[in-house]
Design a protein around this ligand. Sequence first.
Ligand SMILES: [Zn+2]
Length: 309
Amino acid sequence: MANKLWLIPIGFLLLPVMAGCTGPEQESPSVGLKILCTTEMLAEPVRKMVPPEIQVEHLMGSGVDPHLYKPTPKDLRKILRADLVFYHGHHLEGRMSEMLSQLEENSPTVKAIAVCEKIPTGDLILDESEAVDPHFWLDVPLWLKVCANLKSTLLESGQLPNEDLNRRYSELVSELETLHQSVIATLAPVQPSKRVLVTAHDAFAYFGNRYGFEVHGIQGISTESEPSLKRVNQLVKLLSDRKIPSIFVESTVPERNVLALIEGCQKLGHQLTVGGKLYSDAPGPPQSGADSWSKMVRHNAQTIAEGLK
Ligand SMILES: [Zn+2]
């Protein structure tokens, strides 16, 4: 039934778009390839790979939770006008997933690619219910594999000069390798016994795997579920027993779950503090120092190193 529900708004929106009458929200016409990404994490590498005159837009900006995001009518018009739509897949775009996966079927002029679904199964982390953890972008080498998939699709489009694309891609690869090395160097002072990362939801499993941290989320992989009291109590015990100094809040998740842990530890005589804000599922606002994917990766490494040293 949910499939059919999505067809209604798309059908309605297509009528004015096809008739050339877009009303007061009409967007400026653009020339050449139009690329739309669901998140900034995808848009940043795409923008670096294509010439500046190519239009690359993204739907979810600073502080937007992709698990809960509902597209507006304006977003749907942007999606339908794009030539290429890049989305993560693996249900990251919770409420948009179904619509995105049926996009090509319903709108044959749009090519829609779930880039993270092209990553080999050996690289994937599954949760207890066997669902794929979609938070790839916090592991820089894994994100580089996603960037390679983005590049292949851009090449296949046949609308960009190959040589230019390959050159920009090589620059991106060296930039990401430098970023990866700087994350390792920033985290190096954190002792092995303190490498325990407790955050509001399970966004850091790939990060933990790559950079050597044991990771515990309070809320599960998606922000849609609420933590149980049992889960909170387990974490309180773990943090107190191992004397972990800090836990971290996330920009897209309510702080109340984190505060429950602080109170729980206090009762057991362990002084737990908030080690700062991590940017898990979206970059921060302009003055945050984390207003792009690569800056949020750097910011998170610094915040974690500071909080757990
Ligand atoms: Zn998430």
